[in-house]
Design a protein around this ligand. Structure first.
Ligand SMILES: *Cc1c(COP(=O)(O)O)cnc(C)c1O
Length: 224
């Protein structure tokens, strides 16, 4: 399938999920996760109209960044980021979805020229294999981020388990949304925390129904 065909299908699904949940499709940012695919395929996505690209490794991120010449593109770093590697992408990245420890916040703070929009990654499901803070750690972590002026907490991110149990997925997404609400309510200057980065190929429609603002789609959009 061409990226264009996949994109049309996904956009139609986004629209329907928004109708079911009384939301405006303009609230949803679709990030094409290009980590599995070539530069050619990435360019095909851009030609089809994708404006947001996501990568999970610094070397691939930079490879795509250098070979894709498109001023309108926004670049998302979605994978585990080693603190010492933050500097490699800090001037290129528009949003980091995987802030999960203070040592990384410190590196971002030391290296960035401007405040960087970051999502705090939460391991809602508690799976051993997943990165991110435990839900009960999130508030105090966000409070501590006030000391890092180049870190701006725009939202929370999670990866749901790879399961088909819709009810379980909803619980994960609702839990993240309620943590987001708790932080937003505090009106932190450094943490407006408006956004929810959740939903992948397998579960993005459910994530949208539960409030996702940023969905990260790889295999269903560009292939795997
Ligand atoms: C790979 C990846 C995705 C995309 O996964 P698909 O299931 O292929 O859509 C989304 N988010 C993160 C953090 C990823 O690593």
């Amino acid at each position: 399938m061409s990226v264009q065909q996949n994109l049309q299908q996904i956009q139609a699904n986004i629209k329907q999920a928004c109708e079911r949940s009384n939301r405006d499709p303009d609230e949803i940012t679709l990030i094409a996760v290009t980590k599995y695919v070539t530069i050619e395929r990435t360019k095909e996505a851009i030609e089809a109209g994708v404006l947001h690209l996501g990568e999970n490794r610094t070397d691939e991120f930079l490879k795509k960044y250098k070979n894709v010449d498109h001023e309108a593109i926004k670049w998302h770093f979605i994978g585990t980021l080693q603190s010492r590697k933050a500097r490699e992408i800090i001037h290129e990245v528009d949003m980091i979805h995987s802030l999960d420890r203070l040592s990384l916040a410190r590196q971002i703070n030391n290296r960035a020229d401007e405040p960087i929009d970051c999502f705090v990654q939460v391991n809602v499901s508690g799976e051993q294999s997943k990165h991110g803070l435990a839900p009960e750690e999130v508030m105090s972590f966000v409070e501590q981020l006030a000391d890092y002026e180049k870190v701006r907490v725009v939202g929370l991110m999670t990866m749901a388990p790879h399961i088909d149990d819709e009810q379980k997925l909803r619980e994960v997404f609702r839990h993240l949304a309620s943590l987001r609400d708790d932080i937003k309510e505090r009106n932190f200057k450094h943490a407006p925390c408006e956004f929810l980065s959740m939903g992948m190929s397998n579960d993005y429609e459910i994530a949208i129904e539960e409030g996702a603002t940023h969905i990260r789609i790889g295999s269903n959009l560009v292939g795997s």
